[in-house]
Design a binder for this molecule. Structure first.
Ligand SMILES: NC(=O)c1ccc[n+]([C@@H]2O[C@H](COP(=O)([O-])OP(=O)(O)OC[C@H]3O[C@@H](n4cnc5c(N)ncnc54)[C@H](OP(=O)(O)O)[C@@H]3O)[C@@H](O)[C@H]2O)c1
Length: 332
């Protein structure tokens, strides 16, 4: 099959291209080439999607599948205008950030959406509204003949967000230095994520199979405690965990889930109680399956080792010295 990826030089797009090449498809990627290269076996057509002529080299002879990973409504609209008639199937990689409410565990596709962004360019703080506008553009151009893959937290090898990998990485570092590991006291809350390789494979297979409509492309519902236990095991950590209450973590200025000085996967705010507990029925019906947790953790740990377990200035998680200070304060 002839597969066109609008993207392909970064993380998920690269994984989509790699999987499609592995399946024997003929893979072309459109990107500027600023984020990296494309996987071996894929062809890169360089172009800037903010320019109207970017799609010109891609109009003929047409595509069996187009996969778009953009966050920018202007780029999505121009791609659809140039290529929608030239492609049998279309997958837009959207996000669970399109939803206006994240408080209800078990919520599904009927959750109200944010208003669509007015304009061509989304900023980081209007990411969700931008994705809604992208979805609206896809529907306007293709009616029902588009798969809107609303992804939750994507994890695994190659993740540059420093989030999920924090846990196996931190247990592995503590195994090396012999110190304790800080964990949230409440570990009964939900955790939900999907390995990048599972998402990439499903995007290609479901897209080519003709799956359409909105799908919450989320991994299985899990509990934080189970994830931490598996991370500990994968890292071979047999040391001490120090459990710290939500209040003490907040007092120490630790952020929830992501960002500098955060604890990955820790979500105590009731307004976000459903963020990591979405109903996965639409994903299961659409044939999305997830590999085992241990495999995902092993890959995430291998990537953390490449990045350096003891690195400082993480985008998410705690630097080791900071973590040990919080532990000391919690113990005194
Ligand atoms: N990480 C998560 O947990 C998470 C959760 C939900 C949804 N998502 C979604 O998952 C997707 C992630 O995709 P990703 O990792 O492949 O990519 P990404 O980091 O969003 O990169 C965007 C891709 O588009 C290309 N690009 C950006 N500006 C361009 C321009 N002006 N012209 C041409 N190409 C341009 C980039 O390549 P060049 O820079 O080389 O041009 C890159 O290949 C996104 O749709 C994101 O919204 C992520």
């Amino acid at each position: 099959m002839r597969v066109l990826i609008l993207g392909g030089t970064a993380w998920l797009g690269g994984a989509v291209a790699r999987y499609a090449v592995g399946q024997g498809h003929e893979v072309t990627c459109l990107a500027r080439g600023e984020s990296g290269s494309v996987p071996e076996g894929a062809r890169l057509v360089t172009g800037d999607r903010d320019r109207t002529d970017a799609y010109r080299p891609l109009v003929t002879p047409g595509w069996d599948l187009v996969v778009d990973v953009s966050r920018q409504p202007g780029q999505v609209r121009s791609a659809l205008a140039a290529l929608s008639d030239r492609s049998e199937r279309w997958v837009f990689v959207s996000s669970g950030s399109v939803y206006a409410d994240h408080s209800r565990p078990g919520a599904g596709l009927d959750t109200p959406l944010l208003p669509a962004l007015d304009g061509d360019e989304a900023a980081p703080e209007t990411y969700g509204e931008g994705k809604v506008a992208c979805e609206v553009a896809c529907r306007a151009a293709r009616g029902d003949n588009v798969l809107l893959a609303r992804s939750g937290l994507i994890v695994g090898y190659g993740d540059r967000s420093d989030r999920f990998g924090y846990w196996p990485g931190r247990f592995a570092l503590a195994r090396e230095d012999g110190g304790p590991v800080l964990v949230p006291k409440r570990t009964d809350r939900p955790a939900q994520f999907l390995d990048v390789t599972d998402l990439a494979a499903w995007i290609v297979d479901a897209g080519l199979r003709g799956v359409t409509g909105a799908v919450d492309a989320y991994g299985p519902q899990r509990v934080l405690g189970d994830v931490l236990a598996a991370a500990r095991e994968v890292a071979g950590f047999a040391g001490v965990e120090v459990s710290v209450s939500d209040e003490a973590l907040r007092d120490a200025g630790v952020e929830e889930f992501m960002g500098e000085r955060s604890l990955a996967l820790w979500l105590a705010d009731p307004e976000w109680a459903g963020f990591s507990a979405r109903d996965t029925t639409s994903a299961q019906v659409a044939g999305l399956s997830a590999r085992g947790l241990v495999d995902t953790l092993r890959d995430a740990l291998a990537w953390e080792r490449e990045l350096g377990l003891a690195r400082t200035g993480r985008k998410a998680g705690l630097d080791r010295a900071d973590e040990l200070t919080i532990i000391e304060d919690a113990r005194s």
